[in-house]
Ligand binder design. Structure first.
Ligand code: PGA
Length: 251
């Protein structure tokens, strides 16, 4: 993309990690963000039981809190699920949707993911929609085809740069210490950018995050790649120092 890039977003995905004592991480990151010189928006997505206390831990400073999943419905007989409306009611502003761990562990399809994104929009939340190929798909040369198919069918019509963020996460790079090459990241992000620009009026401004083993020592290179507008960070978001190291790599 040429021209002005959207402001970077660094999103932390705590996955099924985090107890009350770990809110200290959010306090530390919020304190640092309050100094006002960090060049990124910050969202931390703890497990749902921590959303309200996490919000308190931000002290109303600029760090925002998100969730990791939602049900497509607003309420009803769905034991164990949580709706986008409930997440919004707890004070969160974003939801990670269609993460590869949910696609794999819970059989989530593109159609279901699209319904969840619609639910986020209905509740006034930002949907962070995850796409990405498995190792087998990459080895078969299918990366772009898989990612574009997921994008076409899991990002609904009402998506725009204010309510939607895309996270490209190669499944084989998540939690593995492996990172796609800068060339491969640039190629896939360019394809995603083109698809978004073709489909949405403000598609050039929809943020595209990279995710999968982003750490302080590789963040600068990854975040410097064209069309990479931030990162979705798992393991390294659990330690304030590591997460801040990644945020500081935004220029
Ligand atoms: P990781 O996870 O940074 O631990 O690889 C990223 C993610 O799954 O969002």
């Amino acid at each position: 993309m040429s021209g002005r890039q959207p402001r970077p977003l660094i999103a932390g995905n705590w996955k099924m990690n985090g107890l009350m004592k770990d809110l200290q991480v959010i306090e530390t990151v919020s304190d640092r963000a309050a100094e006002g010189d960090l060049l990124a928006d910050i969202i931390i997505c703890p497990p749902a039981h921590l959303i309200a206390p996490a919000l308190a831990a931000t002290g109303g400073r600029s760090v925002r809190i998100g969730a990791q999943d939602c049900h497509p419905g607003a309420s009803g007989a769905h034991t164990g699920d949580i709706s986008a409306e409930m997440i919004a009611d707890a004070g969160a502003t974003a939801v990670i949707v269609g993460h590869s761990e949910r696609r794999a562990d819970h059989g989530e399809t593109d159609v279901l993911v699209a319904q969840k994104v619609d639910a986020c929009h209905r509740a006034g939340l930002i949907a962070i929609v995850c796409v990405g190929e498995t190792a087998g798909q990459r080895n078969a040369g299918l990366t772009e085809a898989v990612v574009l198919r997921q994008l076409a069918s899991s990002v609904p019509k009402a998506s725009n740069a204010s309510n939607t963020v895309i996270a490209y996460e190669p499944v084989w790079a998540i939690g593995s210490g492996l990172v796609a090459t800068p060339e491969a990241i640039a190629r896939t992000h360019a394809a995603v950018r083109q698809a978004l620009a073709d489909r949405f009026a403000d598609g050039s401004n929809i943020r595209i995050l990279y995710g999968g083993s982003v750490k302080p020592d590789n963040a600068s290179e990854i975040l410097g790649i064209e069309n990479v507008n931030g990162a979705l960070v798992g393991g390294a978001s659990l330690k304030a120092e590591d997460f801040l190291g990644i945020i500081s790599a935004c220029r």
